[in-house]
Design a protein around this ligand. Structure first.
Ligand SMILES: C[S@@+](CC[C@H](N)C(=O)[O-])C[C@H]1O[C@@H](n2cnc3c(N)ncnc32)[C@H](O)[C@@H]1O
Length: 301
């Protein structure tokens, strides 16, 4: 342990062979509660002994590959700040494409149109919270939106609830396997104080960024080793959970919906096959992410 006070410049210098400069600046900012801009403008600023020690410890962890977001406890997604921890996936920029597609869809609805949004496998809650927050702050139309989010991980739901509170959005969080907690009739009643969760003429939108990597993809990608495998990997070439989700649609008390799924670019042909088999009347659109790769599957009637 280095027990000396260190200037920002010294800390950055000793971190550089181990981690990116930006990451080091963000770690120092996290420990000292000084903005990154302040640290850049004041390289001579002396960081206290204990704080310097904490920075060194975090640099070591970052050098071992622990995601920066886990070390500082939050991550930006769709220009909003989300709390994350070791039980939640770190939200990815690729998933922002799904949020944009849902917002585009919502903009086509008439003013006051009733919409129910269900986010399956919500993790940190980044998808439904970004959608609701944007609807609230940018749109006048489509404000009549009820949101339900599910996850199989109680620990992840705890973080999602904290994020919803932080961003002041109302979401019904339910613990369970995919859509099961929604399909259960008792839940349907309690969700909306006795009324049906799917009122007549309402639009149903389902979003899902479920685990879709294969075991092999997980094993061979060093950058994701510190995130929970249960948030990333699924059986049947990564598509087992999507297959199950598509089968559950048949049990929803509504026959028309739009569904957005995030996939790996290599799964396009396979997922189309599964959808055609399970929902033969639905159209399939594939949208690309910022890197130009197939990423979001939109299914609608
Ligand atoms: C890839 S992460 C995505 C998290 C978040 N939606 C996002 O985009 O950052 C997948 C999430 O699905 C959850 N999950 C895995 N299997 C599930 C299941 N059978 N039912 C519900 N959620 C599940 C995981 O706990 C995890 O939070």
């Amino acid at each position: 342990m280095n027990s000396q006070k260190q200037t920002v410049q010294q800390l950055l210098h000793s971190s550089l062979k181990q981690i990116d400069k930006l990451d080091a600046e963000l770690l120092i900012s996290h420990v000292t509660h000084k903005s990154r801009e302040f640290l850049i403008a004041h390289p001579e600023y002396k960081v206290g002994k204990l704080e310097s020690w904490k920075v060194f410890k975090l640099i070591k962890k970052r050098a071992k590959g622990i995601p920066l977001a886990y070390l500082i406890g939050h991550k930006e997604f769709f220009e909003l700040d989300f709390m994350v921890n070791k039980y939640t996936l770190v939200p990815r920029p690729d998933t922002e494409t799904m949020v944009e597609l849902v917002l585009e869809r919502l903009m086509t609805y008439d003013l006051g149109h009733k919409t129910v949004l269900i986010d399956v496998g919500t993790g940190s809650g980044c998808i439904p919270i970004s959608i609701t927050k944007t609807v609230k702050t940018r749109f006048i139309a489509s404000q009549n939106i009820d949101i339900v989010a599910t996850d199989i991980s109680k620990q992840a739901l705890r973080i999602a609830k904290k994020n919803a509170k932080k961003h002041n959005v109302e979401i019904n969080f339910l613990h369970g396997n995919l859509l099961e907690p929604i399909i259960k009739s008792s839940e349907l009643r309690t969700l909306t104080h006795g009324a049906s969760v799917f009122p007549e003429n309402s639009e149903l939108i389902i979003t899902a960024n479920l685990p879709y990597l294969t075991e092999e993809q997980f094993e061979t990608e060093p950058s994701i080793q510190h995130e929970p495998k249960s948030t990333l990997v699924a059986d049947k070439k990564g598509l087992a959970l999507y297959e199950k989700l598509l089968q559950q649609f048949a049990n929803l008390p509504i026959c028309q919906f739009t569904c957005f799924l995030e996939i790996d670019p290599g799964q396009t042909t396979h997922i189309k096959k599964i959808i055609r088999h399970t929902l033969p009347d639905y159209s399939i659109t594939i949208s690309k992410d910022l890197a130009g790769l197939d990423r979001i599957v939109t299914i609608q009637k």
